[in-house]
Design a protein around this ligand. Structure first.
Ligand code: PGA
Length: 249
């Protein structure tokens, strides 16, 4: 954990959740969330942001899982940052590897989306992480550095932007890097942040870990230097797991 930084536990529900179950889960996560050490953020499907915002009345932060880089226009099926904000979101996940792969989102596009998020007053959670081949070739740090350089917009630090390190091969697989591998990449991300912004902001950017983070491994991951919380997929859909993960910070 980074001294002086409030950690963040973000649940990425991906394409899971209808109104009844989503509301019940969010309410259960919110009960007991007051006074927690970590800020808790839920990123449900976009259809649930408004009802959750109404039901939770600020007890937890809410975020989108993607936004378009344009403020509005003829983009069938897409969602603008201002729409997420209007529905009650304060954050938006951008550049998740599932989107980088399925929709061929480049880092340049991720940066454009992050700029749109900032313009709409949303805090971007920018995901970076290497595919397995690059890890095996010893190129993890290099790939992450390239994604960082190309994805982060101006003003990211001052707006409270979050970097999520999510090795692609660890997402939904039950595999995680060793603790020292996580520590190394997070340290390299912190170092890069110092190249892009002033010292104060570089020290305050939260760098969260994602990829098969669960109730068993969370405590040891969160104890590492420069790990300021987690971006949790599968385990955030189970009440017991997400509560335990939140409590392990
Ligand atoms: P996982 O997903 O926790 O299910 O591995 C994390 C993510 O994709 O953000």
């Amino acid at each position: 954990m980074t001294p002086g930084v409030r950690p963040l536990i973000a649940g990425n529900w991906k394409m899971h959740g209808l109104a009844a179950d989503g509301l019940a889960l969010a309410r259960a996560v919110a009960s007991g969330a007051a006074g927690l050490k970590a800020e808790v953020l839920l990123c449900p499907p976009a259809t649930l942001i408004a009802p959750l915002a109404q039901a939770l009345a600020g007890a937890l932060a809410l975020g989108g899982q993607d936004c378009h880089e344009a403020a509005k226009g003829a983009h069938t099926g897409d969602i603008a940052a201002a729409m997420l904000k209007d529905a009650g979101a304060t954050y938006v996940i951008l550049g998740h590897s599932e989107r980088r792969m399925a929709y061929r989102e480049t880092s340049h596009r991720v940066r454009a989306k992050a700029e749109a998020a900032l313009a709409a007053g949303l805090i971007p959670v920018v995901c970076v992480g290497e595919p397995e081949d690059d890890r095996l070739l010893g190129r993890a740090e290099e790939v992450v550095a390239e994604q960082m350089t190309e994805s982060l917009p101006e003003g990211f630090g001052t707006a409270g932007g979050v970097v999520a390190y999510e090795p692609v091969w660890a997402i939904g697989t039950g595999k995680i890097p060793t603790l020292s591998e996580i520590e190394e990449i997070h340290a390299s991300i912190r170092e890069l942040l110092h190249e892009y912004m002033d010292e104060e902001h570089a020290n305050l950017v939260r760098i969260v870990y994602g990829g098969s983070c669960n109730a068993t491994n969370a405590k040891s991951i969160f104890a590492l230097p420069n790990v300021d919380g987690g971006l949790v997929g599968g385990a955030s859909l189970q009440l017991d797991s997400i509560k335990e993960i939140i409590a392990s910070i």
